[in-house]
Unconditional design. Sequence first.
Length: 103
Amino acid sequence: MGRHDRLVVDYTLLESSKRNLRDIIKALEGIDKRSEALRDIWGHDSIADKMDEFVTNWDSYREELAKNAEDLKNHVSGALKNFEKQDLDLKNATEKSGKNGGK
């Protein structure tokens, strides 16, 4: 048996993925609060109106994107918990087996 018959779980990658997804969701959910504050930077009312229209259209896509990111974060979190549980169960079984002389 070589190293290719082993499952290697990168817990650091899963944890950082979960954090990154949480940050993406937070940014997507907070973007609508900034749109009114940005209105003045466009310099002209017609440009600001078009940007408002864009933001309004973007809202429905943003909400769907945020929901999909939330679902993905939940899957990553669930996978992480399951792998951690399996590692602990395997560790406990190995220790128990060692204490019973391999029986």
